[in-house]
Ligand binder design. Structure first.
Ligand SMILES: NC(=O)c1ccc[n+]([C@@H]2O[C@H](COP(=O)([O-])OP(=O)(O)OC[C@H]3O[C@@H](n4cnc5c(N)ncnc54)[C@H](O)[C@@H]3O)[C@@H](O)[C@H]2O)c1
Length: 420
């Protein structure tokens, strides 16, 4: 059947995309095992899925897995700058309509989300909650068929919890982000490595000896700090939450308010999931030549309108690097238009961590279908048995065995009688 509901940049990129999808799959053994089982058991047979995700080679492998399980699937981008055009083209060749073009404007971005909603989703899959929000505000007539959905990232989960608290959420959603096999690996090691990768590819800077200011010490911030230190940078962390700030201190980083760090940093990375983290007052203090990058979900973490208001001249000096010449003559360099730099200027997370995140996605979607009609309208954590199964399969794929509790230990760990 010829597809019609897709929109990609250039279908001739499909062969390159197909090869890169195959390459990524080599590092996705858990998704591979699930794909084989799905092919046999068809747990998603005939189920309509609209997935709003970063359209990358790893996402393509998730899409192929859901399709192998019988799903009738459509994809759209979850960020205007994160699409890999070759992967999107290849998906169309695989008969999966992709609606995603790298660099699409906001109108096209929402047009693509609406095309995905036109598919009448039974399982909406989201990353950042733009699909869910559109569905709940502008396309409520499409809510009727929804069984339940999943959400991939921290910022999306924050938005959904707030919707649920306000009594606005209309169907059950599983917060895939909050699985241990997601945030401990994807957010920490995935964002850690790929953020450094994005900044390196965009700028080719040497990290050794640089002062790197990381705004936000959540799981992603932990990973970026770890990797920047590993490359020889002096890491400064800024936080608003005392426990996390304390943790950063004891992890060996300098911690101070951003208004103090602003004068010191060579590179600033926002990863707070918050708005105007780097604001006008900070921009006014930064050194000539400072580099600004964001890896948080939305492009609101650096106050770009404030940066524009201080600017007399702007030019694109390299791909993904905009040079802002300020009225006072200083230059600041904004990467990837303030959008998540790891996906804008590099390829996002390595396949090996997406293997776990997307294994959770696939298993949670299967769980929702199996429990159709039994789930309440709220935000659910990933069921523990799924989280543990993903960890078990990942270890197995790495050829790593672990110990098992003896009967005696099991009893000891569930009793209170034994002491000194
Ligand atoms: N780039 C990617 O591929 C990628 C991957 C995963 C998550 N994310 C996104 O990254 C962001 C962070 O995710 P996370 O899982 O680390 O979240 P998190 O909630 O674990 O951590 C965020 C931290 O930022 C701190 N913070 C909030 N406002 C701040 C401010 N004004 N100044 C300093 N610190 C502040 C919070 O106290 C918190 O400790 C989210 O937007 C998430 O969706 C991006």
């Amino acid at each position: 059947m010829a597809l019609h509901n897709y929109d990609v940049k250039d279908r001739s990129l499909a062969e390159a995309g197909r090869r890169r999808i195959e390459w990524a799959f080599r590092e996705m053994p858990v998704v591979g095992l699930i794909r084989e089982r799905f092919r046999k058991e068809q747990p998603l047979k005939g189920v309509r899925i609209s997935a709003c995700l970063h359209v990358t080679t790893e996402t393509a492998n998730l899409a192929l897995t859901l399709k192998a399980g019988g799903a009738d699937l459509i994809l759209c981008a979850s960020n205007p700058l994160s699409t890999q055009d070759d992967a999107a083209a290849a998906l169309v060749e695989y008969d999966i309509p992709a609606n995603a073009i790298k660099g699409e404007d906001e109108t096209t971005y929402y047009k693509h989300i609406n095309t995905a909603i036109d598919h009448k989703p039974q399982l909406p899959v989201d990353d950042g909650a733009d699909l869910v929000t559109t569905l709940h505000t502008k396309r409520q007539e499409m809510l009727g068929d929804v069984i339940g959905g999943t959400e991939e990232t921290t910022t999306g989960v924050v938005r959904l919890r707030s919707m649920a608290d306000a009594g606005k959420l209309k169907y059950p959603i599983i917060a895939v982000n909050d699985a241990q096999t997601k945030y401990l690996f994807d957010n920490r090691y995935g964002t850690g490595q790929s953020t450094i990768d994005g900044i390196t590819r965009a700028t080719n800077i040497l990290w050794a000896g640089k002062k790197v200011v990381i705004c936000g010490y959540g799981w992603c911030g932990h990973g970026i700090a770890l990797r920047a230190r590993g490359l020889g940078s002096h890491v400064i962390v800024t936080e608003v939450e005392p426990v996390r700030a304390l943790e950063a201190v004891m992890d060996g980083y300098q911690v101070m308010p951003l208004i103090e760090a602003a004068r010191l940093g060579d590179i600033f990375i926002t990863i707070a999931g918050d708005k105007n983290v780097i604001d006008k007052a900070h921009l006014q203090l930064m050194k000539d030549g400072a580099i600004l990058a964001n890896s948080g979900h939305f492009n609101v973490e650096i106050n770009i309108p404030a940066l524009e208001s201080l600017t007399r001249k702007k030019r694109r000096i390299r791909p993904f690097v905009d040079e802002y010449t300020l009225d006072d003559g200083r230059h600041l360099y904004l990467l990837g238009e303030g959008r998540l730099v790891n996906l804008a200027a590099a390829e996002g997370h390595p396949a090996s961590v997406m293997d776990m995140s997307f294994a959770n996605q696939a298993l949670c979607l299967e769980y929702i279908v199996k429990n159709r009609g039994k789930l309440e309208t709220k935000v659910y954590p990933v069921p523990q048995e799924i989280d543990k199964e993903v960890a078990r399969l990942k270890l197995q794929s790495m050829g790593i065995n672990i110990d098992r509790l003896t009967k005696e230990q099991e009893e000891y760990l569930t009793s209170w009688e034994e002491g000194t």
